[in-house]
Design a binder for this molecule. Sequence first.
Ligand code: ATP
Length: 271
Amino acid sequence: MTQRPPTAETSDGSTDPTVPAIRAEGLTKRFGDAVAVDHLDLSIPQGHVYGFLGPNGAGKTTTMRMLTTLMPPTEGTASIMGTPLTDRSAVTRHIGYLPENAPVYEELTGREQLSYVAYLQDVPDDVAADRIDELLDRLDLTEDAHRPISTYSKGMRQKIGLIQALLHEPSVLFLDEPTSGLDPRAARTVLDVIQELSDDETTVFLSTHILSVVDELADTIGVLHEGRLVAEGAPSDLKHRAETGEERTLEQAFLEVTADHSEEATVEAGR
Ligand SMILES: Nc1ncnc2c1ncn2[C@@H]1O[C@H](COP(=O)(O)OP(=O)(O)OP(=O)(O)O)[C@@H](O)[C@H]1O
């Protein structure tokens, strides 16, 4: 008998909480000879906020593009809520994705864009209308919703991108720099929304360079460096230096784990 891969959805339609929301095994992406993501293993429980850190060019966006089915891995496998990435239409129903630059139609108004995305996601019209109103209000965008997106500021585009990622109430949300371009008040609202989603069992995979954001929100932090996961743990674990028992800031931890590995690479390369 063929063994079915574990799926988070049980026969009665409820969710099996033991299936990881995001799982990756040996996930690898090469561009020619360059390895952007190198045998990445992840197992992220449902409802967790996973803070994904790494220096520029570490492979964070490439990882998110693979996990959201936008880019095929060169090697390795991954699943979302137990559904393998190869089942693209099922995976896309589970996920919402806010990339660095949200995909929008410039000529549409904010509200038209959101209604269109809700339609594509099969959200019933009346449900969509309520959700759009609520989220526009929450993100202080109601007054601008009738204007074409071509007239929007960077922060307003970011808010539209976040709302459209949330409309179908995904189980797993991928956010690439969600507070980029936002003023402090808007950034606070977005962080509060992320916290509430997590409280409601949405899994959030959050990539950012703003360490205070992951320090505040993340259950687990993963640090990617040159395509490899070089540290993973709760913020408090990363800040606690096991060897000496000393405490350090998340910034110190980040600089240390990424610098150590550059040094190792240099030493190895120099051999
Ligand atoms: N389409 C592509 N073709 C070739 N190389 C690519 C492509 N996309 C990404 N890369 C390379 O893969 C590596 C990882 O890039 P990626 O965008 O995933 O990094 P990142 O961690 O998101 O960086 P940043 O923090 O600067 O956004 C980089 O060396 C980049 O140049």
